[in-house]
Structures are given as structure tokens and as C-alpha cells.
Design a protein around this ligand. Structure first.
Ligand SMILES: [Zn+2]
Length: 348
């Protein structure tokens, strides 16, 4: 995910000077005692809109704001993390190496309480290599799969968790409640988890999607594509009242509405894949391919059918989705290749 970050950095530098006054006005707020009247809709109106993706960054390279009761969102150009302030201390979700230094600057600005817990979202370096920067007194939480892969990695920047959980877990600390779940099947890594903060209505579901954008290439390096495509409906069903869904990338604050749009997009991709697979145009192409490789070169036929189908699917998809979300053309051919292989060629 580095290339896009570099691109965005260059882009942001160009517009950096434009709206620093506005940024100061927006980000001035910190925690107050009167949190019961916290306005989530105002957060969405400012930070969950496409314009915010392209807004200039402050010179310090990061920004932060409150997104729910006792919950803060810290982001740089393209990465974000969330932390919760409890009666007893601070609970941090994710340990991104790029954002953790900023989180460690922001926390003392909103509370003088210590960091009590830091949670691994999964074992990947871009989400875990900030862990060594946190105070040693903070308890590290990770699931059994994360532990397994961190042991293999043997990386001093990714210390092993102190609290290891399996299948599900609950953390109650200083009035904060977090509900952990491991779906067994993964969508992106080998150690994916979901954590829900019911009081804040924040679902922490890392590397699931990009808000207001088409999927990352190969659906975010999906380890189990079928699960990746089922996940939108699963999370909507299992967490019927979440307001935000924190995925770890982009500065836009992802909402339930973004997730619903993403579900619609995935459903549309599936529909297009089946339509193309059944279409006379695809079958005519497949027959032509078979004739061309009549010497029995099955490898070529297999590949060309996938490539052609993906191109046909992408053309249909792009017509419908360009403009509706960002980056539609970028990965559509590659992603339809994956979807066609899984849904049509393998036909589970
Ligand atoms: Zn990852």
C-alpha cells in the first residue's frame, strides 16, 4: 500500500498550504465532560466525505479528532488508528508503525491517564510494527493466530501479546467494553479479527475495505476470497447498529453507509461475473479460443478465458461505478480475474 501513499503524499504537499486555517478550526476540539451530547452526525458530515480525502494535511503530518464518546481517530496521509479513553486509562487499537508515533503525541493532549492496553488487529508489519513503541506497562492483546505468526516472525518491533484469546474475548476496563471475535475464516491475513465497541458503536475491522473506493488489488490480498465477499453481509447482520467501521487505511472516517455501498459494489461484481459467464459473447470467445489452441494447450485456454471474461466484466462494472466511488478502474480487471476464477472456474 506504499505506492499509493507516496502518490498521495506528493499530492498533499502540493495543496498543503491551502487550508491550514480551516484545519485548525475543525480539529480544535478535545475531550470534554459533556460527552453525552456528542454529535456523531457532525463527525460524519466533516470527516466521512470524499472532500476530506483530498483536504490538505497540517504541516505536522497528522491530525486527530473525536469520533464518539471517549473515542479518538488519528490519521496521517493514508493510515489511521483509534484509541479509547476509559476511567482507568487508554486502550489503543492497532499498532501501525506510521501512526503510532502520532498517537503517542496525541494521547497526552487529551488525557493524563496511562496507556493500559494495546490491541493487535493482525500480525502484518504495517499494522503491528508500532507495538514496540508503546510503554512496557501496557498490556498487549492478540488472538492465538496473531501469536502464532508473531512467533514465526520473531520481530523485536512486534512483541508477543500478554493476553492471548481464541474465538472470542471481552475486555471491560474503566467503563469501556470491547467485544472481540475471530470468525475462523479470514478475509485478508491469516489472523483477522473483529472488535466491537458497543457504547461507541464503532466496529474495528481492519483491512476489510477502503471507504468510498473500489477494492484494493486482489480484494486487499484476500487469503480467502469467498469469505471476503461474504463479509459485507456478515458484519451488517452481526453488528446491526455500528456507526463507524475502522479499517486502518485512508484518512476518511468509514461509516456504515460506506460499508453498505461496498456491499452493493461486491454484489454487483458477483452479478456481473455470472452475467458475463452466461453471455453468448463470452461463449463465442471461448469457442474461438479453443479452436485457436486446438493443439491441446489447456494452459492457454484456461488463462485466456479468464483474462477475456475479466475484461468483459470490468467494462460493465466501470460503466456503472466510475464516479460513484474512487479508484474504480484501477483494479477492476485484476479483481474480476480473481472473482471469475473463484465463482465460475472453480464453481464451489
Ligand atoms: Zn494486513
Amino acid at each position: 500500500m506504499k505506492l499509493l501513499k507516496d502518490y498521495l503524499s506528493v499530492r498533499a504537499i502540493k495543496v498543503l498550504s491551502m487550508c491550514s486555517i480551516m484545519i485548525v478550526a475543525i480539529f480544535g476540539g478535545v475531550a470534554t465532560a459533556a460527552q453525552s451530547t456528542f454529535d456523531i452526525e457532525a463527525v460524519k458530515a466533516k470527516y466521512s466525505v470524499r472532500d476530506y480525502v483530498y483536504a490538505a494535511m497540517p504541516e505536522r503530518g497528522y491530525d486527530y479528532f473525536k469520533i464518539a464518546e471517549n473515542a479518538y481517530f488519528v490519521h496521517d496521509e493514508f493510515e489511521h488508528m483509534v484509541f479509547f479513553v476509559t476511567d482507568d486509562g487508554v486502550v489503543v487499537y492497532d499498532a501501525k508503525p506510521d501512526v503510532t508515533p502520532f498517537v503517542l503525541k496525541v494521547i497526552p493532549e487529551v488525557t493524563d491517564k496511562p496507556i493500559t492496553h494495546v490491541i493487535y488487529s493482525h500480525h502484518h508489519r504495517d499494522h503491528a510494527q508500532g507495538m514496540y513503541l508503546f510503554p512496557k506497562t501496557a498490556k498487549i492483546i492478540g488472538n492465538d493466530e496473531t501469536l502464532k505468526f508473531l512467533k514465526i516472525a520473531d520481530d523485536p518491533k512486534r512483541p508477543l501479546p500478554d493476553i492471548v484469546w481464541k474465538d472470542s474475548h471481552e475486555l471491560e476496563t474503566g467503563g469501556l467494553r470491547l467485544e472481540f471475535k475471530d470468525y475462523d475464516r479470514n478475509w485478508h491475513s491469516q489472523s483477522d479479527i473483529v472488535v466491537y465497541a458497543p457504547q461507541q458503536k464503532i466496529l474495528l475491522a481492519t483491512d476489510t475495505f477502503h471507504a468510498d473506493a473500489a477494492p484494493w488489488i486482489h480484494f486487499g490480498e484476500a487469503t480467502d476470497p469467498m469469505m471476503t465477499w461474504m463479509l459485507p453481509q456478515i458484519l451488517l447482520d452481526d453488528y446491526p447498529d455500528f456507526e463507524f467501521i475502522i479499517n486502518g487505511h485512508e484518512r476518511i472516517v468509514p461509516t456504515r453507509a460506506h460499508w453498505e455501498t461496498y456491499k452493493e459494489l461486491i454484489d454487483d461484481m458477483k452479478k456481473i461475473t455470472f452475467e458475463v459467464a452466461k453471455s453468448p459473447a463470452f461463449h463465442a470467445m471461448a469457442e474461438e479460443t479453443a479452436r485457436r489452441y486446438s493443439d491441446g494447450a489447456e494452459h492457454w485456454i484456461y488463462k485466456e478465458n479468464i483474462m477475456t471474461a475479466a475484461k468483459m466484466c470490468a467494462d460493465k462494472f466501470n460503466q456503472k461505478w466510475v464516479g460513484r466511488v474512487r479508484n474504480v478502474r484501477l483494479n477492476s480487471v485484476e479483481n474480476f480475474q480473481m472473482m471469475f476464477i473463484q465463482l465460475i472456474t472453480l464453481n464451489p
